[in-house]
Ligand binder design. Structure first.
Ligand code: 5GP
Ligand code: SF4
Ligand code: MG
Length: 466
């Protein structure tokens, strides 16, 4: 998901809509905005579909006045059952004795089932099936006298990944979990401030990137007093999601002082060193494989070419909830550039193999078009474990790499060769020259290593085997 918030700017909701539009790649199912204006109070709008189709209409935006607003773009993750209902669309809102508060959450709370059971037993009335709603109910039960303190109380009980943007009548609040699994950044525009999942959304409103919110940090921002910083959790070494660098974030964002584009290009460079192969062309599976393919071509000297053309009017296929639509999705979105491919030995670079649906379809299309050889090079290690921290991966059994070795996957996909970058190679590309330190890994890499930095307690209770 993507979160964005603004304080101290007139028509804040319009800035939030722009920010969410730039974060649309983080969630395409639905979006929501809450704003507050003195004398008017809180207003909210939640809609299915793209930000640009909903939050550009003057008739809707006029219902969201004020200098303070937050928003959320949603895609549902492993924990959520079935299809999104409008009541699952964030921000969530709660009314407390000291006033209202709205929250937007990116990540996944790994003990949400246990919290929900406890809260329901004690009288909470849940409105949605979302793990994020626990935060509001935990805040309601806190005895603290102000909302930031109640948020601290609530989040201290939450395990897992959370980057939260919240608001009261006067405050914009941002929090990252102690490991800083999901991103959150601070920006400044004139007299106003912005919080955003990624820097690309600060660019769109012309805000200056100030800094990242630190893992375990809470910032409370008001129009008059600016930014106050707190560290409400026990300090721990950070474990940012390495898959944000590989796939999830936009390549024009800056994360941890690094250009996401450059990290992806360096993954391609590492891949070319680790897994060279003689071929005529390096082609990306667009768009997610593009920077790595550029790096692979630069390092290998094999020409880069657009062997697969992407229909720009399709979203991210992975985000389509059902198997059938996902299968269709590949063909609706990607097509082979036949004139270029015929008779060629082609290296295809993609970011990841999850279920193998994309790779299998693409191999068929490219052989149909007359390619002489197909070599897959993948910009992440085999995905053999599910993510419980806010990236949508299927159950373990559906992950190709959970049941097959690399050779078996190669045979299953029917390609001439298949190689994945190593975890060390990925760490080097992501700015850790010495590679992955097994004693203290710099990143979360659980979907590749099976080492979960936070025990997924709900899942363990349901019988998930580590
Ligand atoms: P597969 O078809 O193997 O199931 O999924 C791989 C494709 O989905 C890749 O092309 C990649 O760009 C995209 N993808 C991989 N992992 C994720 C993920 O966790 N979330 C989303 N939204 N897309 C993914
Ligand atoms: Fe990121 Fe993978 Fe960790 Fe999930 S399990 S937070 S996708 S690195
Ligand atoms: Mg892709």
């Amino acid at each position: 998901c993507g979160v964005f918030g603004v304080v101290g700017l007139p028509e804040a909701a319009n800035f939030v809509a722009l920010g969410l539009h730039a974060l649309q790649h983080r969630g395409q199912e639905a979006g929501g905005i809450v704003s507050h204006a003195p004398g008017i109070g809180f207003n909210s709008a939640r809609r299915f579909g793209y930000v640009r189709d909903n939050f550009t209409k003057a008739s809707l935006m006029e219902t969201l006045p004020g200098h303070l607003a937050i928003g959320h773009v949603r895609y549902s993750t492993a924990g959520s059952k079935g299809h999104t209902q409008i009541r699952d669309v964030q921000p969530f809102f709660g009314e407390f004795s000291m006033g209202g508060a709205a929250i937007a959450h990116n990540g996944n709370i790994t003990n949400a089932d246990a919290l929900r059971r406890e809260l329901i037993d004690r009288g909470s009335i849940f409105q949605s099936s979302s793990d994020s709603e626990c935060i509001i109910h935990l805040m309601a039960r806190s005895l603290q006298r102000n909302i930031p303190e109640r948020m601290k109380d609530a989040l201290r009980r939450c395990e897992g990944a959370f980057s939260v943007v919240a608001m009261t009548r006067t405050k914009l609040i941002g929090v990252r979990d102690p490991l800083g699994v999901r991103p959150l950044v601070l920006g400044k525009l004139g007299d106003g401030w912005a919080l955003s999942s990624e820097t690309c959304a600060l660019d769109i409103i012309g805000a200056e990137f100030v800094r990242e919110i630190e893992p375990g940090e809470m910032v409370v921002i008001t129009e008059n007093e600016g930014v106050q910083s707190y560290f409400p959790f026990e300090r721990r070494a950070s474990r940012f999601c390495i898959f944000e660098h590989v796939y999830f974030s936009r390549p024009d964002s800056i994360i941890g002082g690094r250009s996401v584009y450059d990290t992806r290009r360096m993954i391609g460079v590492e891949l070319a060193k680790e897994a060279p192969v003689d071929a005529d062309l390096v082609c990306p599976v667009p768009d997610s494989g593009t920077p790595a393919a550029i790096g692979y071509s630069q390092e290998s000297g094999i020409p880069y070419a657009m062997g697969i053309i992407r229909n720009q009017y399709m979203g991210r296929t992975f985000i389509e909830p059902t198997e059938q639509i996902r299968n269709m999705g590949v063909r609706l979105k990607l097509n082979v550039n036949r004139a270029l491919i015929k008779g060629k030995r082609v290296i295809l670079v993609d970011d990841s193999v999850v279920r193998g649906t994309t790779s299998r379809k693409i191999k068929e299309m490219i052989l149909d078009a007359g390619a002489a050889e197909v070599h897959f090079r993948i910009a992440s290690p085999p995905t053999s474990w599910p993510c419980f921290y806010g990236v949508d991966t299927p159950e373990r059994e559906k992950l190709l790499a959970a049941t097959m070795s690399e050779d078996e996957m190669c045979a299953h996909l029917g390609v001439n060769s298949l190689r994945f970058i190593t975890l060390d190679g990925l760490y080097r590309a992501a700015g850790v020259p010495e590679g992955r330190d097994p004693a203290a890994p710099r990143y979360c890499d659980a979907c590749f290593s099976g080492e979960y930095p936070v025990a997924p307690s709900d899942m363990l209770e349901k019988g998930f085997q580590l």
